[in-house]
Design a protein. Structure first.
Length: 404
């Protein structure tokens, strides 16, 4: 559902880039179309800030600061355009009407003639999904053509790069980010996104150029959450667990403690501490909590075997059947270990107050992530058990669905 609205927002924003500028273009000045682009980009960036705030990757203070900076930049840009344009023309009024009408009409028509239930994963069809992607690709390609003639539109390059990344075209996303970074070298978020896209383009390897770009991002902003997460992953891959923990614990000081991101980061910190010999307590001393341990096996449905690589990360977790959705216990394996046995107990709790023993009924889930991301992403494979009671054994979790 979230992916649908993100793609929809990008489609509307890109569509406005082609609808609004011609109406604003005049013989006296060609800068009016740039104002329309800035408005569309502002809307897109504001949506991204709001999404980051909801996800917990951006604190309230950072959100307000970033929003005020966006508004100030938009006012400056719009003011410059109006001064260059003189008195408003009918085209500007039409552009304003269309700028509001296009997204409102799109949403309105969708709810009138569309099928909201089709957004549910179990009801989605490949044909409809492919049609949406084809339309989106066409608009993205048109934006790329537009930028060939307007290469200094920095936010256009950023939008193009993020659109390519949403389509899984990571090589092209990296190239677009390179254009953006060349024109905007002091933006830590763009640098972090560039490093991520480049790593995906080279087989999910952060070593080399992506690692250098991550370092640049942290020089610009030592508190950039994405750059810290990537830097921790670089250190973890090098088995420098202390450095990984340092980067990830810094994230925990920046994000809401009850957010999904904080929960997944705590799980990564616990794993790094255990591998680095810094775990607070060995498993042998904690299995006294085993009265509430649950165990079983995770299997992969045969029809999904072709979509999984041996090095893909498998997250196995338990959460309350009736209660908070944050994991009560979590562990990590690799796809090559499937079918894999597991035991989850209170020693794997994210916080002292959210332990398996505190909840009478839990569900066990397993998810395969190609990006080793503890936060669920479209394309991940997953499976969930039926609710079980504490101390249950012999649980079977079958990974048999894909997150859309």
């Amino acid at each position: 559902m979230t992916l649908f609205w993100i793609v929809g927002a990008l489609l509307v924003a890109i569509a406005l880039l082609f609808i609004v500028p011609p109406l604003l273009r005049s013989k006296a000045s060609g800068r009016l179309s740039r104002g329309a682009v800035n408005v569309a980009v502002y809307r897109d960036q504001l949506r991204e800030l709001e999404a980051d705030l909801r996800a917990g990757t951006l604190s309230g203070d950072h959100y307000e600061k970033a929003r005020r900076e966006l508004e100030a930049r938009l006012l400056d840009d719009v003011g410059g355009v109006e001064r260059a344009a003189g008195r408003p023309q009918w085209g500007r009024r039409a552009a304003l009407v269309l700028g509001l009408a296009v997204p409102l009409a799109a949403v309105g028509l969708y709810f009138v003639v569309g099928n909201p239930q089709a957004l549910a994963p179990q009801a989605a069809t490949d044909a409809a999904h492919n049609l949406d992607v084809q339309q989106f690709q066409a608009l993205v390609d048109r934006l790329a053509e537009r930028l060939k003639n307007n290469p200094d539109e920095v936010q256009g390059w950023v939008m193009l790069a993020r659109s390519y990344a949403a389509l899984g075209r990571f090589g092209e996303a990296a190239a677009a980010y390179a254009h953006a970074v060349e024109r905007l070298p002091g933006d830590a978020q763009v640098l972090a996104d560039y490093a991520d896209a480049l790593a995906m383009a080279q087989g999910r390897r952060l070593q080399g150029e992506p690692e250098k770009i991550i370092a640049r991002a942290l020089q610009v902003d030592p508190d950039n959450v994405k750059a810290l997460a990537l830097a921790g992953t670089v250190a973890f891959d090098k088995q420098d667990y202390a450095t990984a923990v340092a980067h990830w614990e810094r994230i925990l000081r920046l994000v809401p403690q009850d957010s999904e991101l904080a929960q997944s980061v705590r799980a990564s910190v616990a794993e790094a501490q255990a591998l680095g010999g810094g775990s607070p307590a060995p498993r042998e001393r904690i299995t006294a909590a085993g009265n509430n341990a649950i165990s079983g096996v995770v299997r992969l449905a045969p029809e999904f075997a072709a979509k999984v690589a041996p090095t893909d990360t498998v997250f196995i977790f338990a959460r309350a059947a009736d209660g908070p959705r944050m994991p009560l216990a979590i562990m990590r394996k690799q796809a090559r270990e499937l079918p894999a046995t597991f035991t989850l107990d209170d020693s794997m709790a994210m916080t002292p107050d959210t332990k398996l023993s505190n909840f009478p009924r839990v569900v066990v889930g397993a998810r395969i992530s190609k990006a080793a991301n503890a936060t669920p992403q479209p394309g991940d494979l997953q499976g969930v058990s039926s609710p079980v009671t504490g101390a249950a054994t012999g649980i079977t979790v079958v990974i048999d669905s894909e997150i859309r």
